[in-house]
Design a protein around this ligand. Structure first.
Ligand code: BGC
Length: 238
């Protein structure tokens, strides 16, 4: 999209997380046009509390033309359906409309792992993403096309525990990085023959604790900044 005056649009990208709210204005090549802002997610993380916090942050941003949001739950047509690590008030909440009313700009909202993946993938074959943070996110793409809202984190993995129960941040803190890494390796070993991905990307804040040399060559550790830069794709790949 090029604006009527020939300028490329500036995108405000927002990453809503269970622990932090992040945002940044970026240009067409995902180059930062301002500072990256982060504040702690309010608790309880109700729709009102989170929107109030976002409003305060948005006021401090440079000019932007549109808004992309990564949200930690299922999102359909801008409406949030689940938010396991936020608050029940997000069930059936029209987040795209609320932010569009607040900013006066068009808004697109997608699951946070889906957004993160857009910042990482090459757009060839089956590419899969897992994100490790407060919760466990998952995304899958075929030739760059997203299969939205893959909620693998809540599927059973072992002994009645889900992938999220096994790998979430609170579990990492409980068992320590060494045992947690071993758990990630177990999950990767299980997923590979099921999904037969060309590449698996491991992102989210805790992916930095993984060691690239301990992982198969088609598994890549990614920078968490894709959670923001991936927001550009919400305007390109639909
Ligand atoms: C949610 C996912 C989200 C993930 C990471 C999970 O609890 O169900 O939708 O992507 O956390 O935030």
């Amino acid at each position: 999209m090029v604006k009527a005056n020939g300028e490329e649009p500036k995108t405000l990208t927002i990453d809503i997380g269970g622990t932090g709210l992040k945002m940044e204005v970026i240009g067409p090549q995902a180059e930062p046009l301002g500072e990256r802002f982060k504040v702690a997610t309010p608790h309880p993380a109700t729709t009102t509390a989170v929107l109030t916090a976002l409003e305060g942050m948005i006021r401090q941003q440079p000019a932007f033309d549109r808004v992309s949001v990564g949200f930690p739950g299922v999102v359909v047509d801008g409406v949030t359906r689940t938010a396991p690590n936020l608050d029940p008030s997000w069930r059936g909440f029209n987040l795209a409309k609320a932010l569009s009313d607040m900013t006066g700009k068009p808004v697109r909202v997608c699951n946070d792992a889906d957004v993160q993946g857009f910042g990482d993938i090459e757009g060839r074959g089956v590419e899969m993403v897992l994100t490790f943070g407060t919760g466990v996110g998952a995304a899958v793409y075929v030739d760059g096309k997203l299969v939205p809202n893959l909620e693998l984190g809540h599927a059973p993995f072992k002994d009645g525990k889900t992938y999220e129960d096994y790998l979430r941040d609170s579990e990492l803190k409980r068992i320590g990085a060494k045992k947690w890494r071993k758990r990630v390796h177990n999950v990767v070993d299980q997923l590979e023959p099921i999904w037969n991905y060309r590449v698996l990307y491991l992102g989210g804040g805790n992916a930095r604790l993984l060691h690239q040399d301990e992982l198969p060559s088609n598994v890549h550790i990614c920078s968490n900044s894709a959670g923001l830069t991936g927001g550009l794709a919400l305007w390109e790949r639909r």
